[in-house]
Write a protein that binds this ligand. Structure first.
Ligand code: QUE
Length: 344
């Protein structure tokens, strides 16, 4: 089998390449199990001035987690029953390590950067987007919610823009990513190899990034911020949809296709989670994923989007009005002995 993770030392840098190009480098449990001890080891090595993470194949940095494998795991289906518990636990532990890493961590967000791919880049210190970057958090379309630390990084976008990105799954490019603080630098993709060579040669990370960075141009979302702040200030998802019906019906139509439960739990998540530390945010998200694993919409969403690809999920409940506050509360309930903890 070809390696899912390629690892290379080049001068002063350690390079990790996500290597599942046919699956858009979607993250597997074994990738986390390989990556976590590598990062821990490199952090203690004085000769390593930077850790670079990138995707193979040129099309994607990383499209997310291997959610299809998670949905299909379970007794009688051939997969390990505990993948639903272990995948998110070990993914979030890697993300926390990336966030707390002492060594400068440079994610090259070339191409598709979504879901888990956002998680292993935006929670790190340096995020380099390019002219081919497409970012989104599309989880409300598969009956999930933006996890992988999005509780924090979407809350730090201007105004209500993070909530907008979380609920709609709207795709953005480089200029918007820098404007939102989701990327720290913009570098044209044909300069990435030279950038890595310069880092390998021992030039400081800050100086190298400053030298290669270019102006990504005006951010289209900046022109929409006033409308977004107005419409997404609603106290309920129903109020947000009603405001969009008046001001931007295309976006109201997008929300009507998403899981009603996902929309309501995501709205609550971003309202309560903005000031949490990374460990607290990931523990909150872990509660939410585990409750999603016990519900209907995640499996239906994966079926409709990734398995049958009919793009026609039948959500249960099907309407926003049927998702009560009491139902939403359930997704935030503690997990007793299964709460997410961080070793070390
Ligand atoms: C929402 C998501 C994901 C998604 C599509 C969504 C996601 C994810 C993938 C994905 C894409 C290509 C692959 C793969 C997975 O798609 O998280 O294995 O080859 O990983 O609408 O959250």
């Amino acid at each position: 089998m070809t390696e899912e993770l390629l690892v290379e030392r080049r001068g002063a840098v350690a390079i990790v390449t996500l290597n599942r190009p046919k699956a858009l480098n979607a993250l597997t449990l074994s990738m986390f199990h390989r990556l976590d001890p590598l990062l821990a080891e490199w952090e203690e090595e004085p000769g390593i001035a930077a850790i670079v993470v990138r995707g193979a194949g040129g099309k994607a940095f990383c499209a997310g987690g291997d959610v299809r494998a998670i949905a299909e795991s379970g007794p009688g289906l051939g997969g390990p029953d505990d993948l639903k518990r272990v995948f998110f636990r070990d993914e979030y532990r890697v993300i926390r390590r990336i966030h707390r890493l002492k060594t400068p961590y440079v994610a090259l967000q070339n191409g598709i950067t979504m879901g888990g791919g956002a998680g292993i880049s935006i929670n790190g210190r340096y995020r380099v987007c390019t002219d081919s970057t497409v970012f989104a958090m599309p989880e409300t379309g598969i009956g999930l919610f933006p996890d992988v630390g999005a509780t924090r990084f979407l809350s730090r976008c201007p105004g209500r823009v993070g909530l907008f990105l979380a609920l709609t799954g709207h795709r953005i490019k480089a200029a918007d990513m820098v404007w939102c603080g989701l990327a720290t630098h913009y570098v044209p993709q044909d300069r990435l190899d030279a950038l890595v060579e310069t880092l390998a040669g021992g030039e400081s990370v800050e100086a190298t990034l400053a030298r290669y960075a270019r102006d990504p141009g005006p951010a289209p979302l900046a022109a929409e911020e006033a409308l977004i702040d107005r419409c997404f200030a609603g106290e309920t998802v129903e109020a947000i949809v009603a405001a969009l019906d008046r001001e931007r019906p295309e976006w109201a139509a997008i929300l009507r296709r998403m899981s009603p439960t996902s929309l309501k739990i995501t709205h609550r998540q971003l309202l309560i989670g903005g000031n949490l530390a990374i460990e607290e945010a990931l523990a909150l998200e872990y509660r939410m994923t585990q409750h999603c694993m016990e519900s209907h919409d995640f499996f239906e969403g994966v079926r409709a989007v990734l398995v049958d690809k009919d793009q026609n999920p039948r959500w249960r409940p099907a309407r926003l009005e049927e998702v009560t506050k009491y139902e939403v509360d359930r997704y935030f309930a503690p997990l007793g002995p299964n709460e997410l903890t961080f070793p070390g």
